[in-house]
Design a protein around this ligand. Structure first.
Ligand SMILES: [Zn+2]
Length: 364
């Protein structure tokens, strides 16, 4: 059965401060701060407060766009997405809608080219804590998260299986780590909304899938659900659902707005951003060696077998460790040990090298 999957992925960037104010970005802090301490008039949406664009966010978003070969808009701006919900106390979210920062990029996943339709910047809303679960009596709001910089990366429906969606997200996260804009060992979160359609059915959106692993499970669940409906002769209608990680199931999300109901308007408090050729060339200079290039170099320079090199570069921490070890010992031996014993142990513990706390000197 033909299957089409598209992903919209939100990445929390690891800047020092938030996107539109000077508050510390809590994802870059060692410990999770107490609720509602990393806040100011801007990220609380007080009347009269004025946002300013954090230049680091723009620079990081440009780095991402360049790495995926996107065309970058010469002129771009922010918009207000209006909605009423306690997670955004000013009743709109500052995002980009009409002209995104970048469009028309691509990424190769196991030989399949996945088109990236757009990349844009926006602010994260506050975090809602449902006391006693979704049906609980009250909700707590933590505005520390309000204003954390997000980059949204949207693909065309080019992904052909839940497994491929997972590999895509892993590859994406790895490239973002190499670019220095995201750190998997911090509290930064990658969250995706997936669009999925089976042949003969309408497009269903599944929201709020956190991380790189749940995506495969959420999509598999949705495929089985839709197949069962089709088998019973029930039409799959266009719908918005949400992933419930505790139940390991997707659930109906009634009353969710459509894009055109948000009533986007131009954000008058922020300037139009114009980017010159010179500025873009400057960004290109700061694109580091990305995983694919490093893989080729490891094979050539250290004579590593392709599979071993691939396994090492898929974790930036391991790649750094390998380069140091290769200076001191026989590179092939170091590579085999890192890709074999060390990586298997990390995988077993569901960890990346940087989460493990292992110091280079313990190994090399
Ligand atoms: Zn603030």
């Amino acid at each position: 059965m033909k299957l089409k999957i598209g992903l919209e992925t939100h990445v929390q960037l690891n800047t020092k401060s938030k996107i539109f104010c000077g508050c510390r970005n809590p994802v870059s802090m060692e410990k999770e701060p107490k609720p509602n301490v990393m806040v100011c008039g801007v990220c609380l949406g007080f009347p009269g407060s004025k946002p300013l664009v954090n230049e680091r966010v723009l620079e990081m978003a440009l780095r991402i766009a360049t790495a995926f070969g996107c065309s970058i808009a010469k002129e771009t701006f922010f918009s207000r997405k209006t909605y009423f919900y306690p997670d955004m106390s000013k009743n709109f979210q500052i995002t980009q809608y009409e002209i995104p920062l970048a469009s028309n990029g691509k990424i190769e996943v196991n030989g399949n080219r996945i088109r990236i339709s757009r990349i844009h910047m926006e602010e994260d809303p506050a975090k809602l804590i449902h006391v006693g679960g979704l049906g609980g009596r009250h909700v707590l709001v933590d505005y520390n998260r309000s204003g954390i910089p997000l980059v949204e990366i949207v693909t065309e429906p080019d992904i052909t299986s839940p497994r491929e969606a997972r590999v895509y997200l892993q590859k994406l996260a790895n490239i973002l780590e190499y670019l220095g804009v995201y750190d998997s060992s911090s509290r930064a979160i990658i969250k995706s909304d997936a669009n999925i359609s089976l042949e003969g059915g309408a497009r269903v959106e599944v929201k709020n899938i956190t991380g790189t692993k749940d995506i495969e499970q959420a999509l598999n669940y949705e495929i089985v659900r839709q197949k069962n409906l089709l088998k019973r002769g029930v039409r799959v209608r266009r719908a918005t659902r949400t992933w419930n990680p505790d139940m390991r199931a997707t659930e109906d999300m009634r009353g969710k707005e459509e894009e055109d109901e948000y009533g986007y308007i131009f954000e008058p408090d922020l300037p139009v951003i114009t980017l010159s050729k010179k500025e873009l060339q400057h960004i290109e200079k700061f694109i580091p060696e990305l995983p694919e290039k490093r893989l080729k170099r490891f094979v050539k320079e250290y004579r590593l077998p392709g599979k071993i090199a691939e396994s090492i570069v898929s974790d930036i921490g391991l790649a750094e460790l390998f380069e140091e070890a290769a200076k001191k010992t026989e590179s092939r031996l170091a590579g085999t040990w890192i890709a074999g014993y060390l990586k298997k142990t990390l995988n077993w513990n569901n960890m990346k090298f940087r989460d493990s706390g292992i110091k280079h000197e313990w190994v090399t």
